[in-house]
Design a protein around this ligand. Sequence first.
Ligand SMILES: Cc1cc2nc3c(=O)[nH]c(=O)nc-3n(C[C@H](O)[C@H](O)[C@H](O)COP(=O)(O)OP(=O)(O)OC[C@H]3O[C@@H](n4cnc5c(N)ncnc54)[C@H](O)[C@@H]3O)c2cc1C
Length: 565
Amino acid sequence: MKKRVLVVGGVAGGMTTAARVRRLDEDAEVIVFERGEHISFSNCCLPYHLSDDIPSSDMLVLMTPEIMRKRHNIDARVHHEVVRINREEKTIDVNNLLDDTTYTECYDKLVLSPGARARMLPIEGIDSVPVFALRNVADAKGIHDTVVDNDLKDIVVIGGGFIGLEAAENLKLRGCNVALCELLDQVLLTLDNDMVQTLHREIYDKGIDLHVGTYLAKVEDNKAFLSNGKVVPCELVVMAAGTLPESQLAEDAGLELTERKYIKVDQNYKTSDPDIYAIGDAIAVFHRLSGQFAPLQLAGPALKQARAVADHIYGIPTMNTGYIGSSAIRVFDLNAAATGLTCRALDQLGKTNYDYVYVIPKDSVGIMPSSENQFLKVIYEIPTGRILGAQAIGKGDVVKRVDVIAAMLKFSPTLEHLKDLELCYAPPFNTARDSVNFAGYVGLNLLHGVYRHVHVSDVRGLVESGAYIVDVREPAEYEKGHIITAVNVPLSQLRDRMDEIPKDRPVYLHCRSAQRSYNALLALQHKGWTNLYNIAGSFLGVSNYEYFLDQVTDREPIVTDYNFV
Ligand SMILES: Cc1cc2nc3c(=O)[nH]c(=O)nc-3n(C[C@H](O)[C@H](O)[C@H](O)COP(=O)(O)OP(=O)(O)OC[C@H]3O[C@@H](n4cnc5c(N)ncnc54)[C@H](O)[C@@H]3O)c2cc1C
């Protein structure tokens, strides 16, 4: 008998499910219901229309109902909202939004891929300016056309997650003045606070008025009043303050939800009703590293879940290996990527048995013209050395490094595996020992107690408490900029000046990127010093970590000048 598969939501997860069902069954009746105007648009490319990187909003639409009908015999109905699931009868009620009529369709299997909607914050006076979320083509076109048609210049973006950042970047690139308000003390929670300071620097230096730890209190007379007391001009607001799952339909149907109203699914993405599946932004997935169920609002997982669901409907098993969460973003000239758990997430899980490597190697051979610094953090478990997560930022191909670690993360890798990785090498691409190998060496040294380190986030405290800090760079480097309390004993002179280094108190060594200070530390250790710590990330790391807050607060810098090269 012909199967009848109905799908709610016609974008990432929904259309992928429909297409896979068609590939598996030429006879199935497949109907997709999409509330909006379009199916199969590229959510991820929406922000790039704001800068005209993608010049026409039509280009965002990848597939039309007509093509789906002709090529795949899939009935995709736009402007059709599913308003009720009648589980007993195995039917759904659909509202045709064009003529406001309601009709009923029956199903053998129902797949929910309704996504998430923007959290629209109620802010005093906000309706006095145009306010947009950025979730679909209409939103992208709405922001773009409103800005262009009215020659608007002053935009306030609320929220420093992926969507807020990408919106801010693209509006800035088109010449707008952009203020970005983020309630937390940092943008982008996929990166830890120490790593993200490098992105804060880029955002700030590229002219975005970035306010962290701040909310938009009210809008009046084209001015935005921020909770930090600042007032910025405001002609349009982009609301990117997080999302809420589109799970009302599921809730009304009595399907099980999590506390935060995400749809609960089993290992095959079946809801608490065996004939209803759910995928994408609306569900909670199993995170294999935290062992918890939580949302993961990314395109790749939605598409994989779509395939798994279609396969399950047709009896093809899929191993659900859980999720690690891998993501990337470009922010002006910097790329950033992350996979697995952050330190912040580990702290929230109550884990304390971890540490992390923070290295800043070159991303290709240093004398190559394309060579750039690469900020790489790898988090590992103590005592096993099991890798828990990684984050990287740089101008070059940092995504590749995080992807390598992401690929391993599904197989419970350790630092030893990282050290052993045999990766492609030629000078334009990387160094003979890739930065991920390098992170493995450093991590193993730390794990095996070869030396101890402190993090860039510790350095301000060290300076303020009068700790003994030794800068082992050459005098010319020191003169250009140094930690205000650091003593300069260059590595090249160290063996003649060892007696200047105290033995009776902790000594913190650094250089530019922690390589020379590691050598200095070992030389001293071999000669009997037992009180030494390397400053991971060294002066480059400290400069990047300190810069943004030095610019936007009235605190005293702990460096005489910064070094970013
Ligand atoms: C601006 C933006 C940028 C992004 N960038 C990235 C990125 O770079 N990388 C990445 O991995 N992910 C990115 N994402 C996230 C990614 O797009 C989502 O994770 C993915 O689209 C989720 O798929 P989904 O099918 O669950 O939801 P969606 O693709 O959002 O589709 C859900 C659809 O269901 C429809 N719908 C809801 N309820 C009903 C109903 N009752 N009846 C009919 N239709 C209904 C909605 O109108 C919506 O069109 C981005 C998202 C946005 C918005």
